[in-house]
Ligand binder design. Structure first.
Ligand code: FAD
Length: 465
């Protein structure tokens, strides 16, 4: 069944906040290709490289390897692209879970600058290069990002962080007071101000993934859907990759499974904490009406730990909202809550219902820094991108391929960050729910009132996007 058919079959009845054409599924899937075009025919028992995971990370790696003449087989446990790579909200930012200020405090300004400078390479250089080179039509839009603050002290935290980045990275940053903010977003009075970063972007994740898949296939990459890798073992100087289709022998193996890493990849599962994220898209609204509310058509995130994010779809007809990370519940209930969040910012949309709601998984390493490198047995990896994986996965996917090829372009500061496990973590994130609940309470108490000066709030930077 195609993704479109799955969506159509899932459509089921409406209510006050849920549209009659509601589907549980990503808005982006409507624009993605048919499922049967997503698996290569036949099975070959050997390749120069095997890649586990056909998201943006795995496909960027595959394209670079194939361009250098390597034979490549990519395996995905589901249909290629149905991991987080087609379930995200398409915000392209330059964030880490640790703020620039936190990194500078922990490792010094020089290292913090080196880590953050690479994020510019990831989004504004590497991703743009691949999109242009492979001719991918994915609504890439240098829309700019507005980070919104809910209290005076939160605003100070946001401004301090971006001033530091301006000073050390030369980032173009504009500080917005309450009235300037209204030129960017005609919102209720929940925000005291914000910061505009003009060279962050948005994308259509479904079209981007479909474009990468088409480019990889054209270069001769074999992509196998519904082919979960159940084991990777080393024998002689090669790897045996076990799949339901058979065992493939490969010189190199790259693991790119991020938030979908299962027990069969236990070494990785013990180092990655999976988070469930949620998003909605509204029913169609008159374009002019939405343009009146979001006149500069940027991407918008608040500065809470449990980040709320808002953007328009590329056609300008719907609003996408994400947030409420970590607490699983029936998707319709989650959709209603996210709509409520949207209305708290844009109350003029009170008559607009939800047409799509979906969820997906990302993963954070225990130190929250993205990971790229090689295990002691020689298996390569690029993973741990939390909710920033569109630029980071694309970049580190390419980087790890360059490392496999022994090319100097593979160099990155992130290779030096160890990928550690903990005796207290076996892969079961039992602590997530209470942690997120505690952070939500913290957000609420510290940051909710623009007219009240709460105790010093720090900006939990790059919380989730
Ligand atoms: C709701 C939501 C909103 C988000 N918003 C943004 C955003 O706005 N901007 C941003 O930059 N990031 C965002 N993210 C995060 C981003 O989508 C991910 O970080 C990124 O897609 C990771 O890409 P990936 O290729 O590494 O992993 P994925 O796309 O998750 O792909 C991993 C694949 O590995 C496969 N797999 C797992 N185990 C096996 C196995 N044993 N054998 C074979 N295959 C296997 C899975 O089936 C899956 O398809 C969001 C995520 C979610 C869930």
């Amino acid at each position: 069944m195609s993704a479109q058919e799955t969506l159509r079959n899932a459509r089921s009845g409406g209510s006050e906040d849920i549209a009659p054409d509601f589907v549980e599924g990503a808005y982006w899937w409507d624009a993605m290709g048919q499922e049967d075009g997503k698996s290569s025919p036949g099975f070959r028992a050997s390749a120069d490289a095997a890649i586990v995971g056909a998201g943006v990370t795995g496909l960027n790696a595959a394209i670079e390897l194939a361009r250098s003449g390597r034979s490549v087989a990519v395996f995905d446990a589901g249909v290629a692209g149905f991991g987080a790579s087609s379930r995200n909200t398409g915000f392209l930012g330059r964030f880490l879970k640790k703020s620039f200020a936190e990194l500078a405090k922990a490792y010094g300004v020089e290292k913090a600058t080196a880590y953050y400078a690479e994020l510019f390479q990831a989004l504004n250089v590497s991703m743009v290069e691949v999109i242009q080179r492979e001719g991918i039509n994915c609504d890439f839009n240098l829309s700019g990002r507005v980070v919104l603050a809910r209290s005076p002290s939160q605003l100070r935290g946001v401004v301090d962080e971006f001033k530091l980045r301006q000073k050390h990275l030369g980032e173009d940053v504009h500080i917005l007071d309450r009235s300037e903010l209204q030129r960017e977003i005609r919102c209720s009075n929940v925000f005291c101000g914000g910061v505009l970063i003009p060279d962050m972007a948005t994308i259509h994740p479904g079209k981007y993934h479909a474009g990468l898949l088409a480019a990889a296939t054209k270069l001769g990459v074999l992509v196998y859907s519904n082919a979960r890798v159940s084991g990777i073992t080393k024998s002689a100087d090669k790897f045996d990759v076990e799949t339901p289709l058979g065992t493939l022998r490969a010189t190199d193996v790259i693991v790119a499974t991020n938030g979908y890493t299962g027990k069969e990849m236990n070494w990785f599962a013990r180092r990655l904490v999976p988070f469930q994220g949620f998003a909605i898209a509204t029913e169609e609204v008159d374009r002019q009406r939405l343009a009146g509310l979001l006149p500069t058509n940027r991407s918008y995130t608040d500065a809470d730990f449990d980040t709320m994010a808002i953007r328009l779809t590329p056609d300008g007809k719907r609003v996408i909202t994400s947030g409420r990370t970590g607490k699983a519940m029936p998707i319709r209930a989650k959709a209603s809550l996210l709509r409520k969040d949207l209305l708290s910012v844009l109350p003029d949309l009170a008559d607009v219902r939800v047409s799509y709601a979906w969820s997906g998984f990302c993963a954070a390493p225990l130190d929250t820094m993205p990971k790229i490198g090689q295990r002691s047995d020689g298996v390569w990896y690029a993973t741990g991108f939390t909710f920033m994986g569109m630029p980071q996965g694309s970049y580190f996917g390419r980087k790890v391929a360059f490392q496999v090829l022994g090319k100097p372009e593979g160099e990155t500061n992130y290779s030096k960050v160890p990928f550690k496990s903990s005796p207290f973590y076996s892969g079961n994130p039992w602590f997530l729910r209470p942690l997120m609940a505690a952070m939500r309470v913290k957000d609420r108490f510290e940051n909710r009132r623009c007219d009240v000066e709460p105790p010093n709030a720090t900006f939990p930077y790059g919380a989730f996007l």
